[in-house]
Design a protein around this ligand. Structure first.
Ligand SMILES: CC(C)(COP(=O)(O)OP(=O)(O)OC[C@H]1O[C@@H](n2cnc3c(N)ncnc32)[C@H](O)[C@@H]1OP(=O)(O)O)[C@@H](O)C(=O)NCCC(=O)NCCS
Length: 176
């Protein structure tokens, strides 16, 4: 299935997903280190379901957590993008959430920042005047530092324990 390129940066491409991404996504991104603050490693069938959900979510909203690919070799690095919070029992239902995930062997090369900066620029044009949120595990200092570098500020709101995480989620926000 053909994918659609949504954004490109100097080194990266953000594109829609295809079902065949599941294998690489499972191998590189569904690892204990990457999933440490995200509820742990998932079974492959959950990864497949997640990829299908991103495909459906993009079709529905015109945005999602897009596949993050390196231009040079088309390696799947992870994802970055924006969803509308889908959990019916969340007080944030329907709000815009930015998300990022990068495979462990590609950390600290500036990829997440490069991708997220482009996503925020895109959202400033496509989803203007909304507020962008990030939900980040209280101990996930890397993600928190990235949010701050993107001019997101910790909001007062903190989401209570969620089903799969025995921890507080800190809510970061910025206006678009
Ligand atoms: C968070 C994550 C996406 C960062 O990806 P990355 O590509 O390594 O990030 P970058 O190289 O673009 O770094 C951008 C900024 O993030 C912060 N950062 C990244 N890794 C960090 C670390 N280990 N410790 C502290 N700050 C860190 C820094 O502010 C950094 O800017 P700097 O290089 O000028 O110091 C990556 O660690 C990851 O995928 N983690 C697992 C999945 C996850 O937890 N996702 C977030 C869920 S809320």
């Amino acid at each position: 299935m053909d994918t659609i390129t949504i954004l490109t940066t100097r080194r990266l491409r953000l594109r829609t997903w295809r079902e065949s991404d599941s294998a690489a996504y499972h191998e590189h991104c569904n690892t204990p280190e990457v999933m440490k603050y995200l509820g742990g490693k998932m079974p492959l069938r959950h990864v497949r379901r997640e990829v299908r959900w991103y495909m459906h979510d993009h079709d529905k909203h015109g945005h999602t957590f897009w596949a993050l690919e390196r231009k040079r070799d088309k390696a799947l690095l992870g994802f970055c993008g924006i969803i509308r919070v889908p959990e019916l029992d969340s007080p944030m239902l329907g709000l815009l959430e930015i998300g990022w995930r990068v495979r462990r062997d590609m950390w600290r090369r500036g990829y997440a920042h490069e991708a997220a900066s482009a996503v925020i620029n895109w959202a400033e044009w496509e989803l203007p005047a909304e507020t962008l949120y990030a939900r980040i595990h209280q101990d996930n200092v890397a993600s928190q530092a990235l949010a701050r570098k993107l001019a997101m500020r910790r909001a007062r709101v903190m989401e209570a324990k969620q089903a799969r995480l025995d921890a507080e989620l800190w809510i970061f926000r910025r206006s678009l």
